[in-house]
Design a protein around this ligand. Structure first.
Ligand SMILES: Cc1cc2nc3c(=O)[nH]c(=O)nc-3n(C[C@H](O)[C@H](O)[C@H](O)COP(=O)(O)O)c2cc1C
Length: 413
């Protein structure tokens, strides 16, 4: 690998986690690669690593407060802006839960957070969350991570292993060598080399609503998080993504074309119009299997002691695509199961003529609807089975897309 770090201007942002003690070594390694380094710390970070050590290894003064010392001159008053212009990349390691919250909220009451806002678009921002495993998987931290990755930051999943508390779990900051290699990859911009670059990817997400009358509907608990994570990950790989979504409360990932629908029939119509032109169709939506045979105008009155609701089957969008797909097109589905998962998923894979299916066992706390994590088992059309651990949905989406890339290359050979 060419030395992409030589001559690059890198800012290392350090927040107050225990892993901050590893950062002087990170700075040393980057300096050795020929990069120019400036260090920015939070107030809490100084409890875990000495500013003197960081200034010595970086051979530069380090920055903490937004407000300059009394002997400041010239542009030093607005260092948060000039540093943002100077930087080719911003690495935040370790990123505490607190710093993730402040960054995602857009606060800027110290140098690190202000700098984050002044960084020029297109510069890689790599964030290495590091904390106790339970903290990392908490809904608040996962929400902040999703916001930041939706803004284009690269959030690197912490490693699993022994944590500062002595507990075993996900939350360890990668070793400095591994951070350096992630940064090298980011600076080489892996996106254009993805086989998905420039390809049309259609993702369905969220639930559908099947109207009973003007104010009531049948639906399910799908939040759309998994489908949105897939759309984001595909777009980051350079794909031209169309996201067809049922009613959800999520922000559209950047660069993604979004089509909002409500019912299964509307999703069917929107999806059908993309069947011919798309290269990859990923059905992550929880489409209602049935809809009321008739929907009443206005609100049904509570008059009769009993009423009957006749349900009719909705079209199976994914199976329809699977059956019609041309050679070279890829169909990917999801199977949410509560029992006999592997058998059911394999049956769906072949019955719908899919190339890949992601099985998730429904578990209220860790996998399936609404939660921020998933435990997926990926099964391809040759029977190859890959079991993934419990992962944030963004990371599960990346693993899924790694496999889709491989399959896509294979189908076109
Ligand atoms: C011994 C000790 C270790 C800590 N380690 C972490 C950690 O690894 N990750 C984390 O998110 N917070 C950790 N904290 C909590 C943060 O230091 C605290 O939330 C602080 O306000 C973070 O401030 P900052 O984000 O501005 O740096 C730790 C606290 C203590 C006392």
């Amino acid at each position: 690998m060419d030395n992409v770090l030589r001559g690059k201007n890198i800012i290392i942002g350090i927040s107050g986690g225990i892993a901050a003690y590893k950062t002087p070594q990170l700075v040393r390694l980057l300096k050795k690669s020929g990069a120019f380094i400036r260090v920015v710390l939070t107030e809490s970070a100084t409890r875990f690593v000495s500013e003197l050590a960081l200034a010595t290894v970086s051979e530069e003064r380090v920055y903490r407060s937004l407000f300059p010392p009394a002997d400041t001159t010239g542009t030093d008053y607005t260092r948060h802006i000039s540093l943002g212009e100077w930087a080719d990349a911003f690495v935040i390691a370790p990123a505490t839960a607190n710093t993730l919250a402040r960054l995602s909220a857009g606060l800027c009451d110290d140098m690190l957070t202000a700098l984050f806002l002044t960084l020029r678009p297109g510069k890689p921002v790599m964030i290495f969350p590091s904390m106790d495993g339970q903290m990392f998987l908490s809904p608040s931290v996962q929400r902040n991570i999703a916001i930041l990755s939706g803004q284009g930051c690269r959030l690197i999943t912490p490693e699993s292993g022994e944590l500062a508390s002595g507990l075993i779990g996900v939350g360890r900051m990668p070793e400095p060598e591994s951070i350096v290699s992630s940064l090298e990859k980011a600076l080489q911009s892996t996106v254009p080399s993805s086989p998905l670059c420039g390809k049309s990817v259609v993702v369905t997400a969220g639930p559908t609503r099947e109207k009973i009358d003007g104010v009531r509907f049948i639906s399910n608990y799908s939040s759309g998080k998994m489908g949105f994570a897939i759309a984001r990950a595909a777009s980051e790989r350079g794909a031209l993504v169309t996201l067809i979504t049922g009613p959800v409360y999520l922000e559209t990932p950047s660069g993604v074309k979004r089509l909002d629908v409500e019912t299964a029939m509307e999703m069917h119509d929107a999806a059908k119009s993309c069947f011919k032109s798309c290269n990859i169709f990923i059905g992550a939506a929880a489409v209602s299997d049935y809809r009321p045979a008739t929907s009443f105008e206005g609100k049904m009155k509570k008059e009769k002691p009993e009423i009957e609701l006749t349900l009719i089957k909705n079209p199976d969008i994914l199976a329809e695509f699977g059956m019609q797909k041309a050679p070279g097109q890829l169909a990917v589905g999801f199977a949410l199961e509560t029992h006999a998962g592997l058998d059911n998923a394999r049956n769906k894979l072949s019955a719908k003529n899919l190339d890949l299916i992601a099985l998730n066992f429904f578990d209220r706390n860790t996998s399936g609807f609404e939660v921020d994590t998933n435990i997926l088992t990926l099964i391809d059309n040759e029977g190859l089975t890959t079991e993934l651990p419990q992962l944030p949905k963004d990371d599960a989406a990346d693993k899924l897309l790694d496999l889709i890339e491989q399959l896509y290359v294979k189908t076109r050979q």
